[in-house]
Structures are given as structure tokens and as C-alpha cells.
Design a protein around this ligand. Structure first.
Ligand code: BES
Ligand code: ZN
Ligand code: ZN
Length: 518
């Protein structure tokens, strides 16, 4: 989708469809909805006045109302998009609203869409005061770009329903405001493209996206974006003594891929990197298909396990945006990709493997493979000089049981690093919930014969046992662990986004990285 930002009056803008946002300004629990438009354009307000007065449109989130040939407007259609209650309005609703507008245009065959920039001063008591225009502009683009994606590339009779042009129309504003809106807009384009890149990878079936293919796609992205990229396979894993990662990979005909992507900030003339400058390590679980291995999973729903590489895809997507946004901090992306298969060569329950760190692991269940590949990935990132680590993984079903499909499980061994991540989520709008990983839980991963076991001693707190296991390989390095098992794939269609891969965590990881800029 092409995107344009224009500063002019929305009423005079020639377009097949102009979308304008509306909120419910009624207060009180049982009050009848009172709809107000987020525009100061009298012409737009007049065009919608009659139908809004009917009370049929309540301005709930995801609700739309379509008018043809609106009086007094250059647009062929006017689409009113609900953002819910004015009182609770945040940028998240604006992101959803922009998405709703795009997804409403698609079935109508409307190819070009304009969105009127939401204007806070249209409301008497300035509900939007707290929403800075840079962020508003950014989320508009993000919501629209995310909504544009449909997962129909494998259909032979595919109907092209793409929206090809999005124009964001903002009123003539002061120069400084204009610059802020433009800045948010430009960032939104980059961030959304990265998240969509991630979603495209996650959508791919296991037969197409093997570890080797994931390596190829990461390398192609890096070449285009100007990042250094190395893709290694079995020989390098053995050379590095990555016994945990190699054990998972050995049951598949498909060779593993260890992908290392490096972003180095350009220094100005005479500038030298500070000796204590942070180096951020982004480590992703890239199981391109998880059968469970010898501890094989039940058949029901196993097809979903193609998305067991969503953590890896999030890191690859984040690296893409980092290359474009160029923060002043060094970042290394490490992806551990393998296929978890049962086979004559597969690793077994009861095996003892030695991780790259030298620690020994008793394999209790071959389906707890994610923590094994990450154990070596996290340790390897440290040897590359990473001072701070973040990992993303579709790690445990237990995390889905604990938090459902709304919040990502968040774990950390360092308060300052965790706080940086929380700050990042204020911009990204993604939802995370912190769970503990204190040493009180350490008994869970005790083994009778090795340094640790790869599953919890009992079934309680499975997401925590997995985090405790990873913590063993992180050591003293400040670290954040994201268990995205419940949030990486949405089964349900929403008015603002198609069901399927979500691309969760890309935006937050990116903002976390930007938080370390020199
Ligand atoms: N890939 C799964 C976790 C998962 C579950 C991801 C649901 C997405 C949705 C992981 O490798 C796994 O199988 N974990 C086991 C661990 C258990 C054997 C300790 C699980 O959660 O059952
Ligand atoms: Zn598994
Ligand atoms: Zn898995």
C-alpha cells in the first residue's frame, strides 16, 4: 500500500472514500450514546449530521457507517468509524479505527482511501489532549498497514482486495506540528512494514519455510536493509558445542539454521563508541515445525505448530526496522531455527545433552525443545558481546493457560531492564503481563543426574519453569523473556485485522531497543 500525508481540508479532498473517526461522548453507565466526530470540518459534520441524529450509529470500536455521495464533500463516500467512549480513548483505539477503515474498504472494492487525521479540539473538553500528534500519526499508519494484509496467497482463485493508496489528510497546521505528524507517519510506515514482514514469515507453512528457507529470507532482508548476516548450519553448531540446539535439530531431514544479524550504528566523524556502550541481543525461537519429537503431540491442532518460529520472525522483523530507523546502539539478532521431528536419529526422553555453556541437561520431554535451542542461542549471544538480552518464543502452552490470548508472558531478572521494556510498551500499545522467575522456583528444574532437566518437576507453573530454565543460561546478564505462545496467532477475525499471524512483540522489542540509544 502506498501512503501519503497531506496537509489540507478533508472536505475538499477528492477520494473514493474518506474515513472520519467518531467517539461516544455520553458519560454515565446507562447514558444513551452521544456521537461526536473527531473533525473540525463543518462540511464533514454537516454531511453526517442527519444519519448521526438518527441514533443508529453508536460509535463503538470497530463499528462503521457508510454514506454515498456525501453532501458538500469532494469524496465519493464518507465512512464514519467508531472509536468507542471518548473518556477511555487511547491511541490503541485509533490504531484499530484506521484498521477498521481499511478493512471496510476492501469488500467494496475501494482501492484508495483517505483518513481524516483525528482532531482533539473537535471535542469540548479536549479528551485527546494526552495523545501526542506524533504518536497519533504513527498509529494511524500502523493500523492501516496491518489491516491491509490478507492471508490468501495460497488460494488459486484469489480475489484481489488490496487497498493501494492511503492518504492521511491533516488540517493545515503549524510548521512544528506538521513536522511532528510527518515524523510519526514515517516511523509508522517502517514499523508496520517490519511487523507485516514478520507476519508473512509466520504465515508460511512448514513445508515452505524450513530452517534453511528462514535463513535465506533473513539473509535477503539483511542484504536489502544493509545489515551484516551470517547463516550457519550443523557443522557450526557442533563446532560451537551447541549440544542442546543440535539435539533438537538431529531428528529432522531439514538442517538447522543459526542466523546472526548485526546492526552497528554509524559513528559521526571523530566519534568513538563508548567502552561501556550497551550491545543488545535479540534471540528468537525458530522452530519451523514442532511435532513434539519422540514425545509427539496429539494430532488435533498440530498444524498450528508451523507458527512455532514466531519468536524468530519477530526478531528478524525487528532487525529490519532497526536497519531503517538507525538507533545509536549496537544490536545483534540471533535466531535458532530447527524442525522438531521424531525420527531414527531423533533425540529421546532420558538423553543427557551438554549445552554450549557447558551445563548438562536431562531431556525429560522432547516437546520442551524451545528452551533447548534458546539455551544455546542466549549463551552464544553473550559470547558475541551482548550486554543485555531479550528473547521471544512460543514457548509454553502453560503460558496460554495462565494469560489467555490477550497478554504476552513477560519475565525478567533485572528491574531496570524490565522497566525499559514497560516504557517501550507505552508506545507500542502491546500487552504484556509479568510473571515471576525468582529462585523460589528453582527446584522445578532440578535433575537427579544432570545439572538440570528440561521440564518442570510437576505440571504447575509451566511457563515459569521454562523461564527458570532459560535464566540458567542468561546468568547475570540483564534479560527479558517474552512467552508469546498465546498471542502470536489469532484465530478470530476482527474488524481491524485479519485472523492469522499477529506479529506480536515486534513493535515493543523495537521501542525497547530505541530506549538504549546513546
Ligand atoms: N511450541 C510449544 C508451545 C506452544 C503451545 C506454542 C501452544 C504455541 C501454542 C512448545 O514447544 C511445547 O510443546 N511446550 C510444551 C512444554 C512441556 C512439554 C513442558 C507444552 O507447553 O506443552
Ligand atoms: Zn514443543
Ligand atoms: Zn515448540
Amino acid at each position: 500500500m502506498d501512503t501519503k500525508l497531506l496537509f489540507q481540508d478533508a472536505a475538499g479532498f477528492q477520494t473514493p472514500m474518506l474515513a472520519v473517526f467518531a467517539v461516544d461522548i455520553a458519560v454515565g453507565k446507562d447514558a444513551e450514546p452521544l456521537v461526536a466526530l473527531l473533525t473540525t470540518s463543518d462540511a464533514v459534520a454537516d454531511a453526517a449530521a442527519k444519519v448521526l441524529a438518527s441514533g443508529e450509529f453508536k460509535a463503538t470500536v470497530g463499528e462503521t457507517l457508510l454514506l454515498h455521495a456525501p453532501n458538500g464533500l469532494k469524496a465519493e463516500r464518507l465512512l464514519v468509524v467508531g472509536l468507542g467512549k471518548a473518556k477511555s480513548l487511547s491511541v490503541d483505539e485509533v490504531r484499530k479505527g484506521a484498521g477498521t477503515a481499511v478493512r471496510a474498504a476492501k469488500p467494496l472494492g475501494v482501492r484508495e482511501l483517505a483518513i481524516a487525521f483525528p482532531e482533539d479540539h473537535a471535542l469540548d473538553d479536549e479528551h485527546l489532549e494526552t495523545l501526542p500528534c506524533t504518536l497519533l500519526s504513527r498509529v494511524l499508519v500502523e493500523g492501516a498497514e496491518l489491516a491491509e494484509m490478507d492471508w490468501d496467497t495460497y488460494r488459486s482463485e484469489r480475489k484481489d482486495r488490496s487497498v493501494r493508496l492511503l492518504s492521511v489528510v491533516a488540517k493545515e497546521a503549524e510548521k512544528s506540528t506538521r513536522a511532528e505528524i510527518q515524523e510519526g507517519f514515517d516511523a509508522g510506515v517502517i514499523v508496520a512494514a517490519a511487523q507485516n514482514f514478520t507476519r508473512t514469515l509466520v504465515n508460511e507453512p512448514g513445508n515452505v519455510l524450513t530452517p534453511t528457507e528462514l535463513g535465506r529470507r533473513a539473509a535477503a532482508m539483511c542484504a536489502e536493509a544493509g545489515l551484516r548476516c551470517e547463516v550457519h548450519s550443523t557443522a557450526k553448531l557442533l563446532e560451537l558445542k551447541m549440544g542442546a540446539f543440535a539435539a533438537v535439530a538431529q531428528g529432522s531431514e531439514q538442517p538447522p539454521a543459526l542466523i546472526v544479524m548485526t546492526y552497528e550504528p554509524k559513528l559521526g566523524k571523530g566519534e568513538a563508541a563508548a567502552k561501556d556502550a550497551p550491545v543488545l541481543g535479540l534471540v528468537g525461537k525458530g522452530i519451523t515445525f514442532d511435532t513434539g519429537g519422540i514425545s509427539i503431540k496429539p494430532g488435533d491442532g498440530m498444524e498450528k505448530m508451523k507458527y512455532d518460529m514466531a519468536g524468530a520472525a519477530a526478531m528478524i522483523g525487528a532487525m529490519r526496522a532497526i536497519a531503517q530507523l538507525k538507533p545509536k546502539v549496537k544490536v545483534i539478532g540471533v535466531v535458532c531455527s530447527a524442525e522438531n521431528m521424531p525420527d531414527g536419529k531423533a533425540y529421546r526422553p532420558g538423553d543427557v545433552v551438554t549445552a554450549m555453556s557447558g551445563k548438562t541437561i536431562e531431556v525429560i520431554n522432547t516437546d520442551a525443545e524451545g528452551r533447548l535451542v534458546l539455551a544455546d542461542g542466549l549463551h552464544y549471544a553473550k559470547t558475541l558481546g551482548c550486554t543485555h538480552l531479550i528473547d521471544a518464543a512460543t514457548l509454553t502452552g502453560a503460558c496460554v493457560v495462565a494469560l489467555g490470548i490477550v497478554n504476552v508472558g513477560l519475565f525478567s531478572n533485572d528491574e531496570a531492564t524490565w522497566q525499559k521494556f514497560v516504557d517501550a510498551t507505552k508506545i507500542s500499545g502491546e500487552k504484556f503481563w509479568r510473571l515471576p522467575c525468582t529462585d523460589d522456583y528453582k527446584d522445578q528444574i532440578k535433575s537427579h543426574i544432570a545439572d538440570m532437566r528440561n521440564t518442570g518437576a510437576n505440571r504447575w507453573g509451566g511457563a515459569i519453569s521454562a523461564a527458570m530454565f532459560l535464566k540458567e543460561f542468561v546468568g547475570e546478564t540483564p534479560w527479558v523473556h517474552l512467552d508469546i505462545a498465546g498471542c502470536a496467532w489469532h484465530d478470530e477475525n476482527k474488524p481491524w485485522i485479519a485472523n492469522g499471524p499477529s506479529g506480536v512483540a515486534v513493535r515493543s522489542i523495537l521501542e525497547w531497543v530505541r530506549g538504549y540509544e546513546a
